[in-house]
Design a protein around this ligand. Structure first.
Ligand code: MD3
Ligand code: FE
Length: 216
């Protein structure tokens, strides 16, 4: 052991800092992928992906669904978390154990202990889909981190500042990468550049993103 090791946490070698409280864990989800894909198929069968409408009247190019006790939705009336899928009228599908375990392990690896998500937003990007710069501020507990898992085609993530007009860093996210954000980075503007078509061996021409939050 060198002297330098004393100043590093045990996980510091596998986490890449992109902000004071924002980290990318490259390939962290890879050992989970074989369990995540069939679990996603079950979620989709109950609550299919759909393109929701924003309060401003725009149909999102990203299609979404949810699992867990609460799900994020938008319509002409606003953004909110609901216990029921507005399309089916039934509760969102339960959060699979493998999802919750991955989210908890990734949060811990980034230094956030005891993360207990009650919402998992699942985004599906097709070629050309994009997410414009926004803040995530519909969650009651802004102290809890957010954990994001990328699968399938790569994307360029935009990581801005506390104002929409702040310059945004570009962070490439690949299949299996996990990002964790909290603390002072929790309310930074962020988005995703239009997806290029570069079919992935497992998922074809799509990118799937799981975003775990503590909503209530
Ligand atoms: C940084 N999704 O669903 S996840 C979203 O890749 C969303 O689908 C993107 O933004 C996606 O709201 C990015 C990474 C992410 C999520 C929330 C954040 C980064 C964040 C909140 C604050 C700062
Ligand atoms: Fe977001």
């Amino acid at each position: 052991m060198t002297t330098l090791d004393l100043f590093q946490s045990p996980t510091s070698d596998q986490r890449e800092s992109i902000g004071p409280c924002a980290f990318v864990l490259r390939g962290f989800a890879l050992p989970y992928v074989d369990d995540l894909i069939p679990a996603l198929a079950d979620i989709e069968a109950c609550s299919p992906f759909r393109n929701m409408v924003t309060p401003g009247g725009f149909t999102m190019s990203v299609a979404l669904t949810n699992c867990g006790p609460l799900g994020w939705t938008t319509d002409r009336h606003g953004y909110r978390y609901t216990a029921l899928d507005p399309d089916s009228g039934k509760p969102w599908p339960a959060m699979p154990d493998v999802f919750a375990a991955l989210a908890r392990e990734a949060a811990a690896a980034a230094g956030f202990r005891d993360f207990d998500p009650d919402a998992c937003l699942v985004n599906r990007y097709l070629p050309g889909s994009r997410l414009s710069l926004h803040q995530d501020r519909n969650e009651r507990d802004l102290d809890a981190p957010i954990v994001s898992v990328s699968l399938g085609m790569p994307a360029t993530f935009l990581f801005g500042g506390d104002a929409r007009s702040d310059r945004a860093d570009r962070v490439p996210l690949h299949h299996g990468d996990v990002a964790v954000w909290g603390g002072e980075d929790r309310l930074r503007y962020h988005g995703v550049m239009p997806l290029k078509d570069a079919p992935h061996s497992l998922l074809g021409s799509q990118r799937i993103n799981f975003t775990f939050r503590r909503a209530s």
